[in-house]
Design a protein around this ligand. Structure first.
Ligand SMILES: [Zn+2]
Length: 368
């Protein structure tokens, strides 16, 4: 039995699955049918269902090993046989979990990429267009800072389904979903302490299809964080695609969510610019959004490097394997001139560089 479960997981992991079939039969049909059942049900509880399930699972495996080793005979041969048997059973449990993961959500990794479904042309991505969009992100942040901060308190996580849910629905329909995914209730988790140290802001539980968030993120980060996790919930498993759809969701919402999206986008765009272009773009940033980016960088510095590196080792291979949206080469980018940049050009260049460098430390602020 254990061997057949492991064999089934190996076959499921290695068997080729045509992307068009996954797209149309799984991601657009079956998955969304049960997502519309599972997420509303798991959203009924105010706490993460993954937490007790994980605790029970770990305790169960520990108890199984303890009992199995106690019952093993005293000889070296008997104890070795018991360890081999327990290892096989543990591997079978892991294989069964992998099969459930694939069925519940994981097959979305094998769907067609968004680049094949949208009007995407890699030739349009150039250093010039990158610099132009980075400059626009700074302009948008400057324009949105006052309306976003003046629109009342930033939404709490539990307010976001009501505030941002309609935009989530609209964006999914615009992307061709006939049956949009249900927005999940963002939940705190026992993993928050780990998330904070590992620099993780949120995750989707693929078994209960619920959104888990790091409760220590800053208020203006919440809309984009939840929109990103909802995009996973809608079946966009790829990290780049989830961020792209998350930005679309936020841009379809109010001033606060739009500001949250541009805050994420600006650091993602500017980090790919050459150093001098980066300085020029950041120098156009007004004091308000600059203070927010500094607060973000300070929060990120709370991550513990060794924990973060080990988390990256777990999550990064998947992230890089699935990265499809790439920016152009590293040639010098030209930033479109605007009055703010021109004024900065006349100011003390060293002071400007210092200021820009302090913002540039946020280059990794949005690795979610
Ligand atoms: Zn993600």
């Amino acid at each position: 039995m254990a061997m057949s479960v492991i064999a089934a997981a190996v076959v499921a992991g290695l068997a080729p699955t045509p992307a068009p079939w996954v797209e149309h039969a799984y991601s657009r049909q079956w998955y969304l049918v049960w997502q519309n059942v599972v997420t509303p049900v798991s959203s009924l509880s105010g706490f993460s269902l993954l937490d007790p399930a994980a605790v029970i699972g770990v305790l169960g495996i520990g108890a199984g090993w303890w009992r199995g080793l106690r019952r093993a005979g005293a000889t070296w041969r008997e104890r070795t046989a018991a360890v081999a048997r327990l290892t096989l059973h543990t591997a079978a449990v892991a294989a069964a979990l992998y099969l459930v993961f694939l069925a519940m959500w994981g097959l979305n990794y094998r769907r067609e990429p968004l680049t094949a479904k949208l009007d995407y042309d890699a030739a349009r991505i150039s250093s010039a267009s990158l610099a132009s969009l980075a400059g626009e992100s700074v302009d948008r942040l400057n324009a949105l800072h006052a309306p976003a901060h003046g629109a009342g308190p930033w939404p709490a996580f539990e307010d976001l389904p009501e505030r941002l849910g309609p935009a989530f629905d609209r964006v999914q329909r615009r992307l061709g979903a006939g049956r949009p995914a249900a927005a999940g209730r963002p939940k705190a988790t026992l993993l928050t302490a780990y998330f904070r140290r590992a620099g993780i802001d949120g995750m989707l539980s693929p078994f209960s299809l619920e959104v888990l968030v790091n409760g220590t993120v800053l208020p203006f980060e919440r809309p984009f964080l939840v929109a990103h996790e909802w995009s996973h919930l809608a079946g966009y498993a790829n990290e780049s695609e989830a961020s792209f759809v998350g930005v679309l969701i936020c841009l379809a919402g109010g001033a606060q969510s739009r500001y949250s999206a541009w805050l994420y986008l600006s650091s993602q765009l500017v980090r790919h610019l050459p150093a001098d272009a980066r300085d020029r773009v950041w120098s156009g940033l007004a004091d308000g959004p600059r203070a927010d980016l500094r607060a973000l960088a300070a929060r990120r510095r709370q991550a513990v490097p060794v924990v973060r590196r080990s988390a990256n080792r777990v999550f990064e291979p998947r992230r890089s394997r699935n990265r499809q949206l790439r920016t152009g080469g590293g040639s010098a980018a030209r930033h479109r001139r605007n009055p703010r940049v021109a004024r900065a050009g006349r100011s003390d260049r060293r002071a400007r560089r210092r200021r820009a460098a302090s913002v540039a430390t946020t280059r990794d602020v949005a690795v979610i």
